[in-house]
Each structure stands twice: as structure tokens, then as C-alpha cells.
Unconditional design. Structure first.
Length: 429
């Protein structure tokens, strides 16, 4: 062993002056000199990495024993090539084990030199432990992501910057009824129904241009088998990758249930006609087109209360159901007939000729209503008072036009009763 204390730079081609000594000591890289199989020099960074105070702390065993067991065999051969054959060592990844047992990942290179007239090796290494750990963590995270991607119960796709699918999971294959190889390469909106396609493309464009961080929405998809599905789509960028991830969840059943609930909420349970809420919503929509003429017919059954009182609510309900069917058949498909409540019904017509059609419909309704009705209690007859109001969104709100038709109906009822004999309404025979 040399008497060199390991703190002075060995003679490296005459470059052992104080300036060079300082340069080596301050280097952020690990620098070792190995001669006869032992460390004879280590700079400050090398000593710190190995958990040593001086180079003597590293001289109780051959340098090769500081290498991880998995790397000792190739390390021995590389050291022989350096010292015996004079072959420089290109950068290679290795593992060292410090005095306290820590495993250090390094990237090392070496060059042959002489130390006290004997062949030696200068090793320059960089500690890449943190980098290797980060790479391992990234690889593990990517594996977790791809495992979740493959086994997700909902459809998932990876999209490039143009919205084209680069990866599709099995759940998406099932959702679209098509194998992954036929999905990859096409934009995800390729399967979106034409009704929603522009919306889908616009949402992705905002995401790709970083106008928004994420986007979501319900769109209709056309499957390969021709069937249609409602799909809830959520998309977001994959950090710093230029790619995007899309989650696609089939919400067809939920949409159907929602539609059914909406239908129920807007349908009169007794007559199955649109109810008050549906009538007011439809009337408001019609008046929102401010220049469009809208006609409202307000219908009240004359004599209904007497039948309800005399024969009971079951008979009254049966009569209302029958009248609902008759009134539905008295209007055109583009018009709306609904039950406002009790024995009151409303029809809504739109268009430039709606007033003329409303007058004709009022006469037709009075005719169909006064036809005898066979109930369980017998045959009954009722009449109808009908009021008509016409206007547009410039002059009326929905409730006001409905009130005007109601007022017109009461005027018609008053005139009807003034002209009628006491026995013409509310009779059974």
C-alpha cells in the first residue's frame, strides 16, 4: 500500500498543483483513484458518498467489494481492462454499497493512469440514485395507470393532440361494439352522433388549446352495430405529454330513467295529457319567439260537478279520461292539448293562421264533448265552454295569455248558461 494519505492528488501527468487539487476537491462528481485493487484517492464528494472521512476508511477491503454483488463480475473485468490493457471505460451504470450499507446508483467512466509508477485507474462517477428512484417511481406510476386503464369498468381512451385515439381499453371496445384496432387512429367524435358532433369537437378544441383544464358532457354515440348510446364523456390533459385521457361512461339507462321522470312530471296521471307544468312550459317557449302568433283555447266542462257529486269521484275520473281521449283526437299533431286541472283543459296553437284554426277547433271541441258518454253509472252528457285568446311574446307572458283565455271562457260560459234551459247539462239517462 502507498503512503499517500488519499487527500493529495496523485501525479496525473504533472497536473498535481494546488489549483488542480482544489478543482478536484470541489467537483460535484465522485472521483476515485484505484491502484492494485484498492482506493488510493477519493475526493470530498467520493468520501461523502461512501460514508467515509478519509481514504483510509476505504482501504480495509478491495475496491471491488464496494460494488453491489450483482455488478462485481463485470466490474472486475472492466477494472482489469483499465489497468492491464489500458482501455478507457466509457460511461456505464453501476451500483456501489457505502460503508453504512446504502446502495448508490452511479454512472461511471474511467481512464488508465500511473500511480507511484504502477498502473492505476482514475474513476469519475456521478450519483444518479435520485434519478433512478424517480425513474422507478415514474415507471411504477405508469404501470399502475395502464393497469387501471386496462381493467377500468368504463371506457377509456388516450387521445393525441388532434383528438385521434392512440389507445383504447377493453371497456371502450365493448361500449362501441368494435375491436381496439378499429378504434385506434380515428378521432373520438367519429362515433358521436351527427347531432352532437360539433359540440364534441368544440369541447376538445377548447381543451387542446388550454382554454379549459377539463371538459365533460353527455353526447350520443353511434355503435358499430347501428344502435345508439348516451355517453357521459370526461376529458383532461395528461401532464406534460401532449396527450389527453377520455373517460366514457354509458348513461343510456340513466337518461331513459331521467326522460321517464321528466315525462311523468309533465304528464297528467289521470288523462295522460300534458299537465299544467308542461302546458306553461310549452306556452312560454312559443311566446319566446316573440313575433309568432299563439292561440290559447281554455275549455271548461259544463255539468261535470253535478255528475261528480251525484255518481262519485270514480265516475268523474272515468268521464275525464274519456274526455281526454276525445280532446286529443280533436287537435293536430303539432298542437298541444293538456289538462290544466279539475275539469279544465287547454289547447295551444301557433302560426299565422292560429286564430282562425282556434275558432274552428273551439266549435269542433264543443261538438265532441257534448256527445253522450257511456260510464259505469250510465250514459251522461256534458257540455263545454271554450274561450280563445290570441297574442305574441311582444304583448303577453305565458300566464297572462292563459288568464286572457280563461276570462274569455268565463264570458262564454256566462252567455251559454244565460241562453240554456236548466236541464241541458249534467244529466244521466
Amino acid at each position: 500500500m502507498s503512503e499517500n494519505d488519499g487527500r493529495a492528488i496523485p501525479a496525473l501527468g504533472g497536473a498535481g498543483d494546488a489549483g488542480f487539487q482544489a478543482l478536484v476537491e470541489l467537483s460535484p462528481d465522485i472521483i476515485f483513484v484505484i491502484c492494485d485493487g484498492y482506493h488510493v484517492f477519493a475526493n470530498a464528494r467520493g468520501l461523502a458518498s461512501m460514508g467515509a472521512r478519509t481514504v483510509q476508511d476505504l482501504q480495509d477491503r478491495p475496491a471491488i467489494e464496494f460494488m453491489h454483488p450483482d455488478y462485481r463480475s463485470p466490474g472486475t473485468e472492466r477494472m482489469r481492462s483499465l489497468t492491464a490493457d489500458g482501455e478507457p471505460l466509457q460511461y456505464v451504470e453501476e451500483k456501489l454499497v457505502s460503508l453504512d450499507g446504502r446502495v448508490i446508483d452511479i454512472e461511471a467512466a474511467g481512464t488508465p493512469l500511473e500511480f507511484d509508477g504502477r498502473p492505476a485507474a482514475l474513476i469519475v462517477a456521478r450519483d444518479i440514485t435520485a434519478r433512478k428512484r424517480a425513474e422507478a417511481e415514474l415507471a411504477a406510476a405508469q404501470e399502475r395507470f395502464h393497469a387501471a386503464f386496462r381493467h377500468a369498468p368504463t371506457g377509456m381512451a388516450i387521445l393525441d393532440g388532434q383528438g385521434a385515439v392512440t389507445e383504447a381499453n377493453p371497456a371502450l371496445e365493448e361500449l362501441l361494439a368494435i375491436p381496439a384496432e378499429e378504434i385506434v387512429g380515428k378521432t373520438y367524435w367519429h362515433w358521436v352522433d351527427v347531432t352532437d358532433r360539433q359540440l364534441a369537437r368544440g369541447a376538445f378544441r377548447d381543451l387542446a388549446h388550454k382554454t379549459v383544464d377539463s371538459c365533460r358532457g353527455d353526447v350520443r354515440f353511434r355503435r358499430a352495430d347501428g344502435s345508439s348510446r348516451w355517453v357521459h364523456v370526461r376529458m383532461a390533459a395528461l401532464a406534460d405529454s401532449g396527450a389527453f385521457v377520455a373517460h366514457l361512461h354509458d348513461v343510456t339507462a340513466a337518461k331513459a330513467a331521467e326522460q321517464e321522470l321528466t315525462q311523468q312530471a309533465r304528464t297528467d296521471a289521470l288523462t295522460e295529457l300534458p299537465n299544467r307544468a308542461a302546458l306553461l312550459h310549452h306556452l312560454a317557449d312559443a311566446l319566446a319567439m316573440r313575433m309568432t302568433q299563439v292561440a290559447v283555447l281554455f275549455l271548461d266542462l259544463d255539468g261535470f260537478k253535478q255528475i261528480n257529486d251525484e255518481f262519485g269521484h270514480a265516475a268523474g275520473d272515468e268521464l275525464l279520461r274519456m274526455m281526454g281521449r276525445r280532446l286529443r283526437g280533436a287537435i293536430r299533431t303539432e298542437d298541444m292539448m293538456g289538462r290544466l286541472g279539475g275539469d279544465e283543459f287547454v289547447a295551444i296553437l301557433t302560426g299565422p293562421d292560429c286564430e282562425q284554426r282556434a275558432r274552428g277547433m273551439a266549435a269542433r271541441i264543443r261538438g265532441v264533448v257534448r256527445q253522450p258518454v257511456l260510464l259505469g253509472c250510465g250514459v251522461v252528457c256534458v257540455g263545454a265552454s271554450v274561450g280563445v285568446a290570441v297574442g305574441n311574446g311582444m304583448d303577453y307572458e305565458a300566464k297572462d295569455l292563459l288568464a286572457a283565455a280563461d276570462t274569455a271562457m268565463y264570458r262564454a260560459k256566462t252567455a251559454r248558461y244565460a241562453a240554456a234551459t236548466p236541464a241541458t247539462a249534467g244529466t244521466a239517462r
